[in-house]
Design a protein around this ligand. Sequence first.
Ligand code: S3P
Length: 187
Amino acid sequence: MPTMNLSMTEVQGVASRRIVLIGPMASGKTSIGRHLAELLGWRFTDTDQVIEQTSGVDIATIFALEGELGFRKREHSQLAALSGQTEIVIATGGGAILMPENHPLLIRESHIVLTIVSRNRQLERARKLRNRPLLHNSDPEKVLEETWKTRQSLYYALANTTIDTTLGSPKELAVRLHTHLTHCMVL
Ligand code: S3P
């Protein structure tokens, strides 16, 4: 049985029809979110994937052509377009918490789940995945460490529930998260 660290902070018992996943790159937001949506019978969306679909190019290309700021503007528009939608699980990009303008869009009528992961596991996953232009440099570990340092207080300030995704399959983690949220009367 994998050990799992699930913690609920505040808003216990407040029912929500929107789950928003936030957290560092390669911490399992998309895979866990997809399984969670299936368990709930809700829609699932991943803002990075929608940005790629609507722009017709991948995220690395957007960063190359428009810089990080161009990508952040697209991310903001995508979050705004999703605002007000219910019965939906939304996986966000790791930097979606950076723009203060995004915070009301993330928080509104949502239960926010923060996915955290050990650095080793994160690196292992990040190596297999494309579309992380911030890691396209000689020292991805340093980038992951630095982004965590600068972002962690924002993540924890926004999160209602935190799940450690280091151990366990995405499906197992989604089931545990679903049980936990149901038990705490969030769902
Ligand atoms: C980013 C994370 C990525 C993607 C983009 C920028 C970040 O999403 O949005 O490469 O700033 O942390 P994931 O968190 O899904 O990797």
